[in-house]
Every structure is written in structure tokens, then in C-alpha cells.
Design a protein around this ligand. Structure first.
Ligand code: S3P
Length: 440
């Protein structure tokens, strides 16, 4: 029995139902922050449950380039910060990781010296003006390719002054980049968002002793150095989503994901599952290291279409590709609006999922900021261009479960390693398939 390939093409041939209890790897957003904030701190940071995946490796390499050391000790990862962050000796390659690049742009704006941040072909197509413009207001010296629109980003760190920023879109990456620059700035820095995005930065900085003021949609900080401390990373709901959505739509399924992060800025998916008629249960709800977590069980039920828009969108933005897959199996119309941000993720996810699901037989209409999907529709096997986008690859591996036994061929699954290297193994496990369950 061969293991599923980790790069190159993969033919998916699984059948449901999905059954079992699993844990998914650590939350990606919290993992990035634990390494980065640990590197800015006065003392050591000890992390348990850190996501071991390429995006987080990119942040690790970056903080090492700035003088931090990161080492495994027992079941923990220990971050030891330098006395002061140093100018990196080389270009920092953020790989596929937008979070690394945007958060580091904020930090490096306040670190004396020259830094250059770049990434893979996907990341070099993603907008950076959204961080450059507000950081410039604070006095940061930044430039980027193509009229400051795209990476690489060049940062000449120097003195910063606080400012109040009103963001046109809810973005945790932009909010966090600004707040991190604010830790180096004179005076107060605040960010006002149109809707609330994930608040892991606010929670972790507080946990590390930084006074973070939150008033409605406004978050403020002043110059401070975090103290470091302990971080315990819960499972990533964005990774669990593939199993929860698959289980909700595939008759006879029941999946439990243990120790799953259920911070309310991330649980839009659970609200949508309930609105569509899935049976969702939370048990052992508890808070550890400032982040709530629970064991979440989803049982298949007859799903109905729903409408997903407004303040819910930032609360499930990364889950929308697999929600689109699930919507093809729901009775009636599912409408997604206000989700234009999907077009500037690791790929244009509206275009990618719209085009791919349509070829698989879904009834889908695309809008500039979302889509409408009519169901239920049996899908058929397709060939998928994964476009360096892990969530397109994993969403279409789930879509294959609804293809009546026909295969879905993913052209390159290397991207899955950016967030979820054990994805195919876990999918084999819950679909009752022997390991390696890709090829015929
Ligand atoms: C993230 C924020 C989100 C999300 C991304 C991770 C973060 O992007 O899509 O995968 O860790 O801050 P936004 O900047 O659009 O909120």
C-alpha cells in the first residue's frame, strides 16, 4: 500500500459516508502569530500544538532571519527572541503565505534596516497596497512591484508614529500588520474595520501582556513589547471544514473533530451548517490560553440552501470553497454575497471553484462578489487545476465524494502541504479507505 503522493497529480476515488473522531492540525493563524509575537517579545514563548506545515515554516524562517531561535523541546516549540530584531541578511521568502508577508511588513516597518519580502508565484500575484498605504501614513518607508501593488515588498524600517486607520475591507492580516507596526510607533495606533475579522492578534498580544483596547469594531494599541508566555494552539476550523462539510452533506455520515478552535470570529461555518439544517453539536467547550475550543460533531441531514453575506463572510472566508461544494448537495438555492475578498486569496477562489464545479455539473452562477448555487445536483468526475491553492485542492477532493464513484484528478497536490500535510490520510481514515487512497 503506497502513501498518497505529496506532490504532482493525484486521482481521488473515495466513497462515503464519513465517520469517525479526528483531530486536525493546529490553527494556521494562531501558529504564525505565536512564532512572530514570540520573536518580538522580551521573554521566551512556549507553543504546544503548533501547525507543522509549509506556511508556518515560512514564518519560522523569517523570525530566525531576524535573530530569533526556534527549537523543539519535548512536545513544545520554544521561541527565544533576540535582544533586538536584526536586519535580515537576505531576502525573506514567504512561500505561499500571505499572512507571513503581510504581518512581517508591519513588523519590519519598525525594525531599523532593509528587508525584502517575496513569495511564490501565487503570493506574488496578491495585493499588498492594502498594507503599504496605511503603514505609509505611520511614516513607514515601503515600496513594491507594479506601482506598489504586488510583492516583492521592500521595507526600510525606521521611526513610526501612531495613526487611526479606517479599513475599507475587513482583513485580519491588514489589521494585524498595522497593530504590529503600532507596537513600534510613537502614540496610539488604531484600526476600525467594517466587519469584525478574526481577533487572534488581539487575544494573543493581550495574553503576552500588551494592553489592547477594543471598542466595537475599533482596536487600539500603543508602543509595547510583548512579554512572551505560553500558547496552546487549537485545531484549525478551516482545516476541519473539509470534514464537517463533507459529513453534513453525505448521507450516513457523522464526524467529530476534537479540540477544535471555536473563537466566534471563526465560527461562521457552524452557523451556516445549522442554517442549512445540519446537526451540529459542541461538547467540552472550554477556553485555553485565551482561545475557546470544543469537540464538534456534525451529522448528515437533509440540507437546504441558505444565504451567506455581510458580517458572516469574514467569519468563514477560508471555508467558502468547500461550502460551495456542500451547497451543490443542498435542496434549493444557496447565495453567497459580499465575498469579493475570495478573488485575492491563494487563487481567485470564486473563479476557480465556479469554473471547476460547473464542469463537474453543478448549477452555479457567479457574481463579482459571490455566487448562487442550485441543488441538489449529482456531480461528475473532473480534472482540476489546483493553481497553487491548497483549499481548491482539498475542496475538490471533498467534491469527489459526490461524484457517484467517478474520479477527480487533481493536477498537483503539493499545495496541500502549505496548511494540511495530513489531509489525504485523514480523509482516507474517515472515509474508511485504506491509506494511500488516491490512485486507482
Ligand atoms: C488570516 C486572515 C484571513 C485569512 C487568511 C489568514 C490571518 O485573511 O483568509 O487565510 O491569519 O490573519 P484576511 O486578511 O482577508 O482576513
Amino acid at each position: 500500500m503506497s502513501a498518497a503522493p505529496t506532490s504532482g497529480p493525484l486521482t481521488c476515488r473515495r466513497a462515503g459516508p464519513l465517520r469517525g473522531a479526528i483531530e486536525v492540525p493546529g490553527d494556521k493563524s494562531i501558529s504564525h502569530r505565536s512564532l512572530l509575537f514570540g520573536a518580538l517579545s522580551t521573554g521566551e514563548t512556549r507553543v504546544t500544538g503548533l501547525l507543522d506545515a509549509e506556511d508556518v515554516h515560512s514564518t519560522r524562517q523569517a523570525v530566525e532571519a531576524l535573530g530569533a531561535t526556534v527549537r523543539a523541546e519535548g512536545g513544545e516549540v520554544v521561541v527565544t527572541p533576540p535582544a533586538t530584531l536584526r536586519e535580515p541578511g537576505d531576502v525573506i521568502d514567504c512561500g505561499n503565505s500571505g499572512t507571513s508577508l503581510r504581518l512581517l511588513t508591519g513588523v519590519l516597518s519598525g525594525v531599523p534596516g532593509l528587508s525584502v519580502l517575496t513569495g511564490d508565484a501565487s503570493l506574488r500575484r496578491r495585493p499588498v497596497r492594502r498594507v503599504i498605504d496605511p503603514l505609509r501614513v505611520m511614516g513607514a518607508n515601503l515600496s513594491a512591484r507594479d506601482g506598489d501593488r504586488l510583492p516583492p515588498v521592500v521595507v526600510r524600517g525606521g521611526p513610526l508614529r501612531g495613526a487611526r486607520h479606517v479599513l475599507p475591507v475587513a482583513s485580519a492580516q491588514v489589521k494585524s500588520a498595522i497593530l504590529l507596526a503600532g507596537l513600534f510607533a510613537e502614540g496610539e495606533t488604531s484600526v476600525v474595520e467594517p466587519e469584525k475579522s478574526r481577533d487572534h492578534t488581539e487575544r494573543m498580544l493581550r495574553g503576552m501582556g500588551v494592553p489592547v483596547r477594543v471598542s466595537g469594531l475599533e482596536v487600539s494599541v500603543s508602543a509595547a513589547r510583548p512579554a512572551g508566555g505560553r500558547v496552546d494552539v487549537p485545531g484549525d476550523i478551516s482545516s476541519a471544514a473539509f470534514f464537517l462539510c463533507g459529513a453534513a452533506a453525505l448521507p450516513g455520515s457523522e464526524v467529530t473533530v476534537r479540540n477544535l478552535g471555536v473563537n466566534e470570529t471563526r465560527t461562521g461555518l457552524l452557523d451556516v451548517l445549522r442554517a442549512m439544517g445540519a446537526d451540529v453539536r459542541l461538547e467540552h467547550l472550554r477556553e485555553v490560553a485565551g482561545e475557546p475550543r470544543a469537540d464538534v460533531t456534525v451529522r448528515a441531514d437533509r440540507l437546504e440552501g441558505t444565504e451567506i453575506r455581510g458580517a458572516t463572510i469574514p467569519r468563514l472566508i477560508d471555508e467558502l470553497p468547500v461550502v460551495m461544494v456542500m451547497a451543490t448537495q443542498a435542496r434549493g438555492r444557496t447565495v453567497i454575497r459580499d465575498a469579493k475578498e475570495l478573488r485575492v486569496k491563494e487563487s481567485d477562489r470564486l473563479a476557480a471553484m465556479g469554473e471547476t464545479l460547473a464542469r463537474a455539473g453543478a448549477r452555479i452562477e457567479l457574481y463579482d462578489d459571490g455566487c448562487a448555487i442550485d441543488g441538489p445536483t449529482p456531480l461528475r468526475g473532473v480534472e482540476v487545476r489546483t493553481r497553487l491553492d491548497h483549499r481548491i485542492a482539498m475542496s475538490m477532493a471533498v467534491a469527489q465524494l459526490f461524484c457517484g464513484g467517478e474520479p477527480v484528478v487533481l493536477d498537483d497536490v503539493a499545495c496541500v502541504a502549505t496548511s494540511f500535510p495530513s489531509f489525504f490520510r485523514l480523509l482516507d481514515q474517515v472515509s474508511g479507505r485504506a491509506p494511500g487512497g488516491g490512485a486507482p
